[in-house]
Every structure is written in structure tokens, then in C-alpha cells.
Design a protein around this ligand. Structure first.
Ligand code: 13P
Length: 261
């Protein structure tokens, strides 16, 4: 596996934080603190309402955008929904199947599969979130859960399409708002390798080599380096620390240092 050929991805998931004017202030601060690096992609995921103004504000040479969710149907009588088709041209990436959506909004394996397919169909790279909860973990079912989530989500894609997917491994118990227990880097590496092997078994060597796998769960500027150094880790998906411009820029710096080791 050639980690160097996969571009490092640092994603800030702002969740339901930062209204339009707060988002604009945060972007202005990130512009001041974060330099562009050719080998690192920096992606911001503000709420749906802030995406459009932020897309006009950002320096596109340094920052890209992701949606936090979107509907799988391109259009329809679906009050309140926004589709991937509508996000074309605004976002490069779309977060799909985040554990908060699976848990609070009852997104099923099939919903996640359809959203991944809709994202790919619309030229938006899905950031597919997978991860076991604490009960799965204590029952020794982590691998089974990861297997089911990965396999079902990718099941409507070709091997070529799979290379455009990013998988974020986010154990639910490690997310700051779900307890925030720190995951040991060795355990994270085991799970990431397991995920890459699942992709290899189903879609072949090339897809497994190209697909990027991120880690998410209480990542901050101090912990980022330890995860980014893992063999199968191609970046991080950051929640609460992404709202703090010092911490988020520190995470980008950690990625820069790690790539130069
Ligand atoms: P925290 O970084 O706050 O743990 O959130 C992780 C997450 O859910 C990112 O999508």
C-alpha cells in the first residue's frame, strides 16, 4: 500500500454550530492562520444554510467544502430536504451516514447506501462514516459492524466509483459528545486495516490502495499527529476542535509535519 500517493484530508465537521455570520467570522480567522499545502486538502463542513455564503468567501485554492448530509433523491415532493444534485458546484464532498444521523435520525444501512450512490452520481465525493458503538465494542462485534456498514454502503458502486469514496472510521464511543473516550492508535490502525482489507476483497487491490480512510473521534491539535502517523490513516474528521481556529490550524500543521517525516 502506498500511503504517500493518497492526499491527506483534514475535514472540519461544524455540525449544528455557527450561524451564517459566525461561520463567516470563523472562515476569516482560518484564512489568516492556515497556509495552503499542496499535499493536504482542507475541507470545511458548515451547516446547509451557511454553505452558499461560505462558498463565496473561501479561498478555493486552500479550502474545499462538504455538506453534512443531503437527500438521496435528486428532486421531489420532499418538504425540507436538499439533494446532492442541488449541492453540485458548491461542495466537493458530502458527509454520509454520520453516527449522529444514524442514531438521532434513524438512518438505516439502506438510507446510507442510497445517499452514497446519490453523492457519486452527482460528482460529489462521499465521506462515508462508519463505527461501532460502545455496546458493539464490549460485545466484541466491532469488526462485524464495520463489515456490515462498509459493505452495504458501497454495494451499488463499481470498483472505479469506490476509489472516489472516503471512509471515516469514527467509533461512536470516541466522539466527544458521546463520551469522548480516547481511542488507542494501535486499535484504530487495526480497524482501518480491516476496512481497507474489506475494500480489497470486494473491489480489488487498486480500489483498496486508492481509497482514503480518515479517523474521527475527539481529534485535536495534540492527538492528531498520533493518528495521522498510522499506516492506513489518510486524514482526520474533526468535530469540536474544528470550531476552534487555533486547534484546527494546529491539526493542519500536524498533518504537514507528519507528511515530511
Ligand atoms: P469530535 O471531534 O467532537 O469528537 O467529533 C467527531 C465527529 O463526530 C466528527 O464528525
Amino acid at each position: 500500500m502506498n500511503k504517500q500517493s493518497r492526499k491527506t484530508l483534514i475535514v472540519g465537521n461544524w455540525k449544528e454550530h455557527e450561524n451564517v455570520s459566525q461561520a463567516s467570522t470563523l472562515v476569516a480567522r482560518l484564512h489568516k492562520l492556515i497556509a495552503g499545502h499542496r499535499d493536504i486538502e482542507i475541507v470545511l463542513a458548515p451547516n446547509m444554510l451557511a454553505l452558499q455564503p461560505v462558498s463565496l468567501q473561501i479561498d478555493r485554492r486552500r479550502f474545499r467544502l462538504a455538506s453534512q448530509n443531503a437527500n438521496a433523491k435528486d428532486e421531489g415532493a420532499l418538504t425540507g430536504e436538499v439533494s446532492f444534485a442541488m449541492l453540485r458546484g458548491i461542495v466537493h464532498y458530502g458527509i454520509v451516514g454520520h453516527s449522529e444521523r444514524r442514531i438521532y435520525f434513524n438512518e438505516s444501512l439502506e438510507d446510507v447506501r442510497d445517499k452514497v450512490a446519490a453523492s457519486i452520481r452527482n460528482g460529489i465525493m462521499p465521506i462515508l462514516c462508519v463505527g461501532e458503538n460502545s455496546e458493539d465494542r464490549s460485545n466484541g462485534e466491532t469488526r462485524q459492524v464495520l463489515h456490515d456498514q462498509v459493505i452495504s454502503a458501497l454495494s451499488n458502486l463499481t470498483a472505479e466509483e469506490v476509489t472516489h469514496v472516503v471512509i471515516a472510521y469514527e467509533p461512536v464511543w470516541a466522539i466527544s459528545t458521546f463520551g469522548g473516550e480516547l481511542a488507542k492508535p494501535d486499535d484504530v490502525q487495526d480497524c482501518m486495516k480491516f476496512i481497507r482489507n474489506q475494500v480489497k476483497e470486494l473491489y480489488g487491490e487498486r480500489a483498496a490502495e486508492d481509497i482514503r480512510i480518515l479517523y474521527g473521534g475527539s481529534v485535536d491539535d495534540h492527538l492528531a499527529g498520533g493518528y495521522l502517523a498510522l499506516d492506513d490513516c489518510d486524514g482526520v474528521l474533526v468535530g469540536s476542535a474544528s470550531l476552534n481556529y487555533h486547534k484546527f490550524s494546529g491539526i493542519v500543521e500536524a498533518a504537514y509535519r507528519n507528511n515530511r517525516k
